[in-house]
Every structure is written in C-alpha cells, then in structure tokens.
Design a protein around this ligand. Structure first.
Ligand code: SF4
Length: 438
C-alpha cells in the first residue's frame, strides 16, 4: 500500500529547500507526497526558531494536525525549532512522535519506521559533513528554483539562534552545484537562487563565491541568477566583479543591515559599521547600474535608544533601500544577547516598528513612482491573487501585474511600467529593446 507524506514548511527559503530534500529522502523509501494532511501517513512540520512567535504558531499548528492522526500515523517536528528544543519538545507535546534536526534528515525513513511502532525519538546531532549531496530533492516544477550551496553559519550575531540550530558553516562542491543547476535548467527552470546563511562566504578549496557565480552563470539556458542572504563584509572586489561580469546575475541584492547605529551593531556583533554597509551599497551601485536593495532590520534590540533607532531610519534613507523586512527583537534562549541588560519595553519597540514600517512604505512608494514609465524584462511566475492577472518579476525584483493567461508561466516578456500601488507595478507590453530594459 502506498504511504503518503505531508510536509508543512515555515520560515526561510532554506527550509523550503530542506522540505524538498525530505520529500526526496522519503521518496527513496517508497513514500509519495501529498498536500492533504487528512490522508497522510506521515505529517512533518518543518519549523523556524528565529522568533518566538514563529515557534508559537508551530505549537498551535501541531495541535491542529493531531486531529488527522490515525493509529500508526506519525507526526513529527523537524527543522530549527526541533534542533533547538530536542527531547524537551517530545515532553511538551505528547502527540508528537519525532523531533528531527536539519542534519538528521537522512535518517527519516528509519526514524519514521520506529515512530510508527510507538517509539518516540529525538535526533538532533550535528553532522558537519552533511550536504545531502546524493539525495535528489523532489521539487515543485517551475521556472524559478532554489539551490542550497552552503549550510550552517560561523558568524555569531548575538541575537541569532541559527548557529546553534544549523551548526557550523560548510559549502558544497562547486562542480556539484553547477551540475545541479544544469539539471534544473534541463528540467525547465531559467532562474536559480543560491542559498546560504552567509552565501557570499561560500568556498570550496581555492574556489570562492566569485568562482561559483561565474560557474553557475555559465550554465547554458540559465537566464537569471540570484543569491540570498549575503553578509555585507563578504562582498570582495572579486565577488562584485563577478557579479558585474556575469550576465545572468540580477540587479538586486538583499543586504541585511539590522541596525543603522554603530553602537547597536557592535552589541549585535555584526562585523561592520554603518559606514562600511553604505560603502558596500555604493560599490555595488557603481558596478551594477540600476541595482536595487532590500534589507532586514531589527528594532528594540537591548539598549537601543531613541537616537540609535533614529540612525536606522536615516540609514535606510541614505542607502536608498527599496524594501525592508522589519522585525521586533525576539529574545532567544541560549543566544549571547540574553545576557545584555536594558531591555526595550514592548510598547516602545512596537512604536518604533510602526514608524519604521511607515518609512519603508513611503520610501518604497516614492522610489517606485519614479520608476513608472521604465521598461523591464519580466519573468512570469504565478497567478496574481486577484483580477485574473499573472504576476511577474523583473531582474531588479519588482513585482509586476501582467495581463497574460496562466499558460504564460515561465515566459519572459518586455513591459513598460504604467503605475504602482506602492509595492506592485501595473504594466503594458512594450516593443522596446532599448537601453532602459533591465
Ligand atoms: S550571519 Fe548572523 S544573523 Fe546570519 S545566520 Fe549567521 S549568526 Fe544568524
């Protein structure tokens, strides 16, 4: 009888890629993928541990999924929250059978087998050699694909749980990455995003991230190459030169800053200053005209004063950031920041977050208004939520509404931007192939 596995994914793109990997591991043991928890024999929740509210959501969701459990079925929590809590999670959630960290997915068939016989287990050992190189991931087919090139992190930002849930940094072999990208392109993808916690610190022997960009960028048929998330100080001259000289590399960088205050950056153990972050933005702008930037910002980090928060606002203005993912600091047990004093009261942090969001919206709206009339090449990605339109993305990461049928998914169209809602553009087809096409 066919056994079915359902995986629900929370958190970052790395988790999405890991879920595809887990489908691959379990397919090797005869499991089929299902999107229906009610008919699944195995239900896994792939979790994030970066913020407390993400963990609370998972606890709630696990409670809901329990309803679908029949005798012999297995309910597991996997990913970063599983790694962080380990056996404590088994004690806290009696109907959870399995707790599996990101380095132990290879053991899933065996662990699931034991769990189906009533043996509850937690498997959270770090395996610094683990790349899952021989496991073929099972992906949703589509024009855009994610490829993990590095796992773990050697930085120790004081707020971050990731080094404790994903272990030390390790990179895949360059040839293996290129081979995987080639096979994705052969299967119909034309855009690939390379994933790593500090992706531009990638290294394989003598080869660095610049070599990786050039190697992947040379794959025949690959039109677009993106990467996330880079660490600001890892943008060496070699990397920037490779970005500028590799046609597939897109004119958009997600460049996390976290704070605009040097004092806060020091307490976060971010290894750059406001000035060096702005310098990286400037060097990238000079190397790649038309490039756009998004970033991550945390407000209310312990000890953040009103003046220091003001420096974050001014940095976003000065840097001309187009989009920012904004968060209130969330205390994570086991991270160095728990030892810092002067916690910012929640109402103060909430007020700062609201002001930050206002600034980002306003800035992105006014920058986007200035772009109306530009011509861009867009890749048609998926149906838009409303209006029977399709949604496409420019190389600069602009989301563009397109009056095209669903069958246009995966096609490239050149359009003129006709208006903006603030974050999304409307468009008409354009015959232009001039210099303003990005
Ligand atoms: S670089 Fe810092 S924020 Fe990013 S994963 Fe590593 S420790 Fe966390």
């Amino acid at each position: 009888m066919t056994r079915r596995v359902y995986i629900e994914t929370y958190g970052c793109q790395m988790n999405v890629a890991d879920s595809e990997l887990m489908f691959g591991v379990l397919a090797g043991a005869g499991y089929e993928r299902t999107d229906e928890p009610a008919i699944a024999d195995v239900m896994l929740v792939n979790t994030c541990a970066v913020r407390d509210n993400a963990e609370q959501r998972v606890i709630g969701r696990v409670g809901e999924l329990q309803r679908h459990k029949r005798p012999g079925d297995v309910l597991g929590v996997v990913g970063c929250m599983a790694q962080r809590l380990g056996p404590a999670l088994l004690a806290q959630a009696p109907r959870v059978d399995l707790v599996v960290g990101p380095d132990a997915y290879r053991s899933l068939p065996e662990l699931v087998g034991h769990a189906a016989e009533g043996e509850r287990r937690s498997e959270t050992e770090f395996r610094s050699w683990e790349h899952y190189e021989d496991v073929p991931a099972i992906r949703e087919p589509g024009p855009t694909q994610f490829v993990t090139v590095q796992r773990g992190c050697d930085y120790r930002c004081t707020f971050c749980i990731v080094p404790y849930t994903r272990g030390p940094e390790r990179s895949r072999k360059l040839d293996d990455v290129v081979r995987e990208v080639r096979s994705l392109v052969e299967a119909g993808a034309s855009e690939v995003t390379l994933l790593g916690q500090t992706v531009n610190s990638y290294h394989d022997g003598e080869s660095d991230f610049a070599d990786l960009l050039r190697g992947v960028g040379a794959v025949d048929g690959l039109k677009r190459l993106r990467f996330t998330s880079p660490y600001p100080t890892e943008f060496t001259e070699r990397v920037i030169e490779a970005m500028a000289q590799t046609t597939a590399v897109c004119e958009h960088v997600h460049l996390p800053v976290q704070s605009g205050s040097n004092a806060v950056l020091r307490r976060m153990l971010r290894r750059y200053t406001r000035e060096t972050w702005l310098e990286v933005v400037d060097r990238l702008r000079r190397a790649m005209p038309g490039i756009t930037f998004s970033t991550d910002v945390i407000v209310g980090f312990p000890g953040e004063t009103e003046a220091q928060f003001g420096e974050t606002l001014s940095l976003l203005r000065e840097g001309g950031v187009d989009e920012a993912y904004t968060f209130k600091y969330s205390l994570r047990e086991g991270t160095p920041a728990t030892r810092l004093k002067e916690f910012v009261p929640d109402d103060v942090a909430s007020d700062r977050l609201a002001r930050l969001i206002d600034l980002v919206r306003e800035q992105s709206r006014s920058r986007n208004l200035g772009r109306v009339g530009q011509v861009h090449e867009v890749l048609v990605e998926r149906p838009a939520r409303k209006g029977g339109m399709m949604l496409g993305r420019s190389r600069t990461n602009f989301l563009v509404l397109l009056d095209l049928p669903a069958s246009a998914r995966g096609q490239y169209h050149t359009v003129r931007l006709t208006g903006t809602t603030g974050s999304t553009f409307t468009s008409v087809p354009s015959a232009s192939r001039g210099l303003d096409v990005l």
